[in-house]
Design a protein around this ligand. Structure first.
Ligand code: COA
Length: 238
């Protein structure tokens, strides 16, 4: 049987951010989940969480709700941090990782954190714009904002705070899973150098990680260059 894929979204987003990947790979095989307090999923977590907490809940969703065996975890940004943490904590139950626009350490600019805490609606719009190439903001940016279920106040801040505390830079060699790393060349939130670092340090399996840095894309590379991303995933799965 083909290995299932579980897609995990980033801060303040929902599973819908992956809809072009799910459409491409098919709903029988690819599942985009909502983290607690995002999209359709009720919030079951406290006001402050860690990436470990989110990884534990994703693990529960995969085992108890979806009943999947040895899935590949694909994650974007915070979702990529969650995927990496799952690779460290539950690696033997997984068969691979796809890390999109993310890194082994995700410090967040204090001004972004402050705005997320004090003016979450404004922060949502501003981070959406920062995630895209400027020419994609009026079209794709608006579309992404419209299709997302707005999170409660506090959730974006909780997510960004979890990112800010995340750091597994010294543990990457412990991840013993085939890994695909993808980044937009113009990503301003998780710099392409973070992805290069992942490729260099993910040495836990024989052939290491495969890296693609795609042009004309920012942090939302899977929406800005969906064909390139889908093809890279397909080739890597083969
Ligand atoms: N992979 C590889 N290198 C990384 C890294 C990662 N995941 N995270 C940080 N580094 C590097 C930085 O490039 C920097 O290297 P340098 O000293 O050669 O320039 C060094 O580690 C320290 O960086 P950082 O941990 O980010 O601390 P800082 O005090 O230099 O900067 C911020 C902190 C918040 C100002 C900075 O991270 C930033 O501008 N972030 C903005 C983007 C943002 O908010 N993204 C949200 C992510 S969800």
């Amino acid at each position: 049987m083909e290995r299932p894929l579980v897609f995990v979204h980033g801060s303040g987003d929902s599973g819908r951010i992956w809809r072009l990947q799910i459409e491409h790979l098919g709903k029988e095989r690819a599942f985009a989940i909502d983290l607690p307090g995002h999209g359709e999923r009720a919030d079951t977590l406290p006001a402050e969480v860690t990436v470990e907490d989110y990884a534990r809940t994703v693990h529960e969703v995969i085992t108890s709700e979806l009943g999947l065996q040895r899935p590949i975890i694909a994650g974007h940004s915070l979702g990529g941090a969650i995927a990496l943490m799952m690779g460290l904590e539950y690696g033997e139950e997984l068969s691979g990782l796809i890390l999109v626009g993310t890194g082994a350490r995700l410090r967040v600019h204090p001004a972004i954190l402050q705005e997320a805490r004090e003016a979450p609606d404004l922060a949502r719009e501003h981070t959406n714009a920062l995630c895209l190439l400027p020419e994609h903001v009026p079209t794709l940016g608006t579309q992404i904002l419209q299709e997302q279920v707005k999170t409660k106040p506090g959730i974006l801040y909780r997510d960004l705070l979890a990112c800010d505390k995340f750091d597994v830079m010294s543990r990457l060699h412990e991840v013993a899973l085939p890994t695909l790393v993808i980044c937009g060349s113009e990503d301003r939130l998780t710099l392409p150098k973070y992805s290069t670092f992942l490729r260099e340090r993910l040495t836990g399996v024989e052939h290491g990680a495969r890296l693609h840095i795609f042009p004309a894309a920012g942090h939302y590379v899977m929406r800005e260059q969906p064909d390139m991303v889908n093809q890279a995933i397909e080739e890597w799965l083969r």
